[in-house]
Ligand binder design. Structure first.
Ligand code: CA
Length: 224
């Protein structure tokens, strides 16, 4: 795989961690050496930091995608910049990890993507209307477009979709999507649901599922 990261500390430690997992890794510290490495040998996966010194990471992403449609591209973006994420996915990235990230999370994503490209193993999928959720890869598509979901939004959507047409109680959601011992307000659930509804409604056609609010009970995902 090709790892493009200009921060030497992050780059080296990631390279080490990925090698320890048995991957062959080429580390490129800027866009120019990334292009060179890519031309030399097309990798099955590119881990691409979007903030590079010499090129626009998104341009590079588009370029790599155009020359190798089948590879997986995992972009690293600065934290909280949701715009980056959406634009990154538009630029052809398959997935993103926000910085700072936990190594375990990044390795899990890498594994998931390589598994997909390697063996096309059937993964656990949920379908409701024009919504498709690949549970193993933690990716959701609505009308063929990948949704940029935060981890908890993904968990919520996957749970509601697995019970499509049936009410899911707030208690069950808090149990399954939040930490076991959550003593805070469940207001946070409503906030996540409203963000998720907005993302689902974006560009919705007649086949798009909706999330209904059941007062004092919970939520239900309805597919047309
Ligand atoms: Ca950077």
């Amino acid at each position: 795989m090709l790892l493009v990261e200009d921060d030497a500390t992050i780059g080296r430690s990631l390279e080490q961690a990925l090698r320890a997992e048995g991957y062959q890794v080429t580390l490129a510290a800027d866009g120019t050496s990334a292009r060179r490495a890519f031309e030399h040998s097309v990798p099955d996966l590119v881990v691409l930091d979007l903030g590079l010194p010499d090129v626009d990471g998104l341009d590079l992403c588009r370029e790599l995608r155009a020359s190798a449609p089948a590879i997986s591209i995992l972009v690293l973006t600065a934290r909280q910049e949701e715009v980056d994420v959406v634009v990154g996915l538009d630029a052809g990235a398959n997935d993103y990890v926000t910085k700072p990230f936990r190594l375990a999370e990044l390795l899990a994503r890498v594994r998931a993507h390589l598994r997909r490209s390697d063996v096309h193993a059937p993964s656990h999928c949920l379908v409701a209307g024009d919504l498709e959720i690949d549970v193993d890869a933690r990716r959701a598509f609505a009308g063929g477009r990948e949704l940029a979901l935060r981890p908890r939004e993904f968990d919520l959507l996957a749970l509601l979709a697995s019970e499509a047409g049936r009410a899911v109680t707030r208690e069950r959601i808090m149990d399954e999507c939040w930490d076991e011992h959550w003593y805070g307000s469940t207001k946070t659930l409503d906030v996540h649901i409203s963000q998720l509804r907005a993302k689902l409604a974006n560009g919705a056609g007649p086949e798009r599922p909706t999330i209904s609010v059941l007062r004092r009970v919970g939520y239900r995902l309805d597919a047309p």
